[in-house]
Design a protein around this ligand. Structure first.
Ligand SMILES: *Cc1c(COP(=O)(O)O)cnc(C)c1O
Ligand SMILES: [Zn+2]
Length: 408
């Protein structure tokens, strides 16, 4: 396997054991814990000036800080997304500046592409010929695209509530689409059963690219923070508000900010804020209760599919990142979330996904609570393109118009 010089081990976040990434491909073989790529930052020969001189063309421009060198990457030119200034939102929130990191500009329309370029690169380096995962939808679509790019088979387990676009495009890319009745956890059960059958021979050799089963999704998603900080001319934003499901992106960005600080590129960390929908908010509930770990959410009542994750296994790590960065967590209603998506589309012209707008409505709520200062820089993650959720957005608009007509 070809790895970068600085990538020295996979460290288990539970038992602390360090493993060789050549032989350990996924979770900790000793305790089953999540593994995290560990870097020897002293081995990184890189300066801010060198980075700035590189073309802003793909997330692989940070290759020294990634597990694999650029020449090995299974890539579609993902990352390097725009950071769009939103003066109307800044005024509304009473802060110095608001930016939207627009991840909708990725190859399959969401930031899940960052995770799958990492996971598929690892799969190829490990000699896999098929990948498998369960997902709420966007990661499945991204996995099918990157598997196609690499010439691997993709087995994608989605809940029936996943969007039409995500299901359709998984098949258009040639993926083997399996639909489970229920939620992402039900798709997870079917995935797990198929993986087990795989180990008994029938479907041998499926390589998982599932959330926090592969160590390479959160690690490569950290590039969202590298890019944001560089796009702000090395100013660290005061707050980053992130639509949180499994927390992959939040953990990744916090890791990135820590690495930049350790390299001496910056001297602070952005406050990481988890935004969720009131209809599925296990991380927010744990945060508010001061708990170290979430309790599984039992009844999901949100249309925000991408964050309808009732049992996020990495919650202790998410809560640590929030505490370490002096951030927070906030849940808002579906009505407020969808209103926020429409408001951004109308005032700033940016197409924010339904799920993603939880970061916008969450930021509005945080601003109202007085969480931000008047000169703060706040970054909102638009994790996916608005046109992936046209049905949800349009039907909310329809419902609003109907209510307005009735009120007349
Ligand atoms: C997957 C997804 C999320 C949640 O991502 P995590 O990193 O797992 O918390 C948010 N928004 C969209 C659009 C997604 O597809
Ligand atoms: Zn372990």
């Amino acid at each position: 396997m070809r790895t970068t010089d600085a990538f020295v081990a996979l460290r288990c976040i539970d038992c602390g054991e360090r493993h060789d990434p050549e032989t350990v491909t996924h979770r900790c073989p000793d305790c089953g814990g999540i593994t995290d790529p560990e870097y020897d930052l002293d081995a990184v020969d890189l300066s801010r000036e060198e980075l700035a001189a590189r073309p802003f063309d793909s997330l692989w421009r940070y290759e020294e800080l990634l597990p694999f060198p650029r020449e090995t990457a299974v890539t579609l030119g993902e990352g390097a997304t725009p950071l769009v200034e939103c003066p109307t939102l800044a005024e509304r929130m009473g802060v110095g500046a608001v930016y939207i990191k627009d991840e909708g500009r990725n190859p399959t329309g969401t930031f899940k592409d960052r995770g799958q370029t990492g996971a598929l690169t690892a799969a190829v380096e490990h000699g896999a010929d098929a990948i498998a995962l369960n997902s709420a939808g966007n990661a499945g679509q991204a996995a099918a695209a990157y598997a196609a790019r690499a010439g691997l088979d993709a087995h994608v387990f989605l809940p029936d509530r996943a969007g039409f676009t995500q299901k359709a495009m998984t098949e258009v890319h040639g993926g083997d689409l399996r639909i489970a009745e229920g939620e992402i956890t039900d798709a997870g059960a079917e995935y797990a059963a198929a993986m087990e059958a795989g180990n008994e021979g029938a479907e041998a050799g499926w390589y998982s690219t599932k959330t926090f089963v592969t160590p390479y999704r959160h690690d490569v998603k950290k590039t969202m923070a590298f890019e944001t900080i560089e796009q702000l001319d090395w100013d660290v934003p005061d707050a980053v508000v992130y639509p949180t499901g499994g927390g992959v992106g939040l953990i990744g960005m916090h890791k990135a900010a820590t690495e930049f600080r350790e390299l001496g590129f910056t001297d602070s960390l952005p406050g990481m804020y988890a935004a969720q929908a009131e209809g599925c908010a296990p991380v927010v509930r744990a945060f508010e209760e001061g708990a170290a770990v979430h309790e599984a959410w039992t009844e999901i009542t949100t249309v925000c599919n991408g964050i309808a994750v009732p049992d996020p296994g990495a919650s202790p790590w998410i809560l640590d990142a929030i505490a370490e960065s002096d951030g927070g967590a906030v849940a808002t209603s579906d009505g407020a979330i969808l209103d926020a998506a429409i408001e951004v589309a109308r005032t700033e012209g940016i197409e924010v996904g339904a799920t993603c707008a939880s970061a916008v409505s969450g930021a509005f709520e945080l601003a109202e609570r007085g969480e931000f200062d008047e000169d703060d820089t706040v970054v909102l993650l638009n994790t996916g393109a608005g046109n992936k959720d046209v049905d949800t957005l349009r039907s909310h608009l329809g419902a609003r118009e109907e209510a307005a007509t009735e009120a007349e």
